[in-house]
Design a protein around this ligand. Structure first.
Ligand SMILES: C[C@H]1O[C@@H](Oc2ccc([N+](=O)[O-])cc2)[C@H](O)[C@@H](O)[C@H]1O
Length: 507
């Protein structure tokens, strides 16, 4: 009897295990990789391209970059269209997300002069991808504002909404016959907080606790105008979809106390709710707790009015509901406390306004980027949280990836650990009913990692930045990712033969 019971239990255990091992990604689930113009293209002043804020900052203020480098050549993708698409074919990608450089299309930022040579680069890339059935997904803005527009205030100037609308009209008209997936903005938080409320990214304005909020408001209006332009003038003919991408970290309360739960919610509102809520919530507008907190802190610091400029009723309605899908860039997370681990703030900012603590247990795997650790189940937490909070939208994971140091080379086992864990979470999310249509690994290849220069590597392919030809070599993770895409399952025991990378039939 005892033996029967034991055998029975063993049977249940084994079948549970094999069911888990056999979990498959749906056939129509799209796998891809992502990049961004300034990080890969190079050719910074070639064929009529105008200067952008990263060109300007890295040329005039190089010491702010870890290795004093710039994206003048980067991975030189401008001259490597065929090789880049060949790598997509080697991996067996369904989709490739890349961004269009505003100042390559409109050198001054304004739409009176279109640089046809710049348009031609994107035409060549898109046409090459389409030959092999690789779907393009375009980000219209991934942080490289034309410098001339920055000199007029950039995202602090409310006219940015009109300038952005004029720019995207050109791009929709030129590329929209073949491109069906559009993202207006990549990571508004980074544009607004890191660019206008701190010195973490160009244009490094650190604008006295007000800049972040001015930028948030203007960026949301620019997004809404672009979305409505696509819907009104292009959608019927072109039949595409337009969304927006946010960087969504997981913020879980450190303890189950009411204070820590409230702190975690305030942190979510400050990081992404300020941008997500106006677009995806039923009522629209900025999140209430954040509005109250910024008003309180503004008064405390002697400001006669709140630093978070309100949206008029008309603007709230203009912005609400302006996304066909929700793009999630997800990398990591924190445990949040109302009282412990609170950073020291030297200036007033969005983050001193909310003033909560961030904590990470030392056992979480650390990457080569200080901000990036492997928080268990974080991508599942984020996707299920967003599904429940924002009325079950359609999602794409538009970035997810892991940093290694240049010395790690091709044997990137930690990256494999990270991707396998994330993709198990993606299957869990699909099981939980999240309407997730695709997943894009960051990144196809090593590239210019903003303030970290070339000191942090995110590529499935290594790029040799010391060689003028910028040769690309697949890392071990590229072989593992390729096998997941081919088999549609995650085999944790799979050990690839990394001696030769081939293109499978049909790619
Ligand atoms: C590595 C990629 O990072 C993306 O940006 C961020 C920024 C901040 C976080 N965060 O967790 O705090 C995550 C991702 C960016 O979009 C991409 O260009 C890469 O640099």
């Amino acid at each position: 009897m005892k033996t029967f019971l034991l055998l029975g239990l063993l049977g249940v255990y084994c079948s549970a295990l094999s069911i888990k091992q056999q979990r498959r990604f749906p056939d129509d689930f799209l796998f891809g990789t992502a990049t961004a113009s300034y990080q890969i293209e190079g050719a910074w002043d070639e064929d009529g391209k105008g200067e952008n804020i990263w060109d300007y900052m890295t040329h005039n203020n190089p010491t702010v970059i870890a290795d004093e480098s710039n994206g003048d050549i980067a991975a030189d993708s401008y001259h490597n269209v065929e090789r880049d698409v060949e790598m997509m074919r080697e991996l067996g990608l369904d989709v490739y997300r890349f961004s269009v450089s505003w100042s390559r299309i409109l050198p001054s930022g304004f739409a009176n002069e279109v640089n046809e040579a710049g348009v031609d680069y994107y035409n060549r890339l898109i046409n090459e991808m389409l030959k092999y059935n690789i779907t393009p997904m375009i980000s219209l803005y991934h942080w490289d504002l034309p410098q001339k527009l920055q000199e007029l205030g950039g995202f602090a100037n409310p006219l940015i909404a009109d300038w952005f609308e004029d720019y995207v009209r050109v791009v929709f008209a030129k590329l929209g016959d073949r491109v069906k997936l559009w993202i207006t903005f990549n990571e508004p938080r980074v544009v607004c907080y890191q660019g206008y409320g701190s010195t973490e990214k160009a244009p490094m304005l650190n604008a006295t606790a007000v800049g972040t909020y001015m930028c948030a408001r203007n960026l949301l209006l620019a997004h809404a105008k672009a979305y409505r332009l696509y819907n009104n003038e292009f959608k019927t003919k072109q039949g595409g979809q337009c969304g927006i991408t946010f960087d969504v970290n997981s913020f879980k309360p450190l303890t189950d106390s009411e204070e820590d739960r409230a702190a975690a919610e305030l942190k979510r509102q400050a990081e992404w709710g300020i941008y997500v809520h106006p677009i995806f919530s039923q009522e629209g507008g900025f999140p209430k707790e954040l509005v109250a907190r910024v008003a309180e802190k503004s008064a405390e610091h002697g400001y006669p009015r709140t630093r978070l400029p309100q949206l008029s009723e008309e603007e709230r309605v203009l912005i609400r509901g302006t996304a066909d899908f929700f793009g999630v860039n997800h990398y990591t997370g924190y445990l949040v406390s109302a009282t412990k681990h609170i950073p020291e703030y030297s200036t007033v900012s969005l983050f001193s306004d909310i003033n909560v603590g961030n904590y990470r247990p030392p056992e979480w795997l650390q990457s080569a980027a200080s901000w990036l650790t492997l928080m268990p189940n974080s991508i599942y937490d984020v996707l299920t949280h967003l599904k429940n909070k924002y009325n079950d939208p359609i999602f794409y994971v538009t970035e997810n990836g892991w940093a290694t140091s240049p010395e790690v080379g091709l044997e990137d086992d930690d990256r494999i650990t990270y991707y396998r864990a994330a993709l198990e979470n993606i299957l869990d999310s699909l099981d939980a009913g999240v309407r997730l249509k695709g997943y894009m690994a960051w990144s196809l290849m090593d590239n210019y990692e903003w303030m970290a220069g070339y000191t942090e590597r995110f590529g499935l392919y290594e790029v040799d930045f010391s060689d003028p030809a910028r040769p690309r070599t697949p890392r071990k993770s590229a072989f593992v990712y390729k096998e997941i895409l081919r088999s549609r399952v995650i085999d944790h025991d799979y050990e690839p033969d990394t001696t030769v990378m081939t293109i499978d039939e049909g790619h």
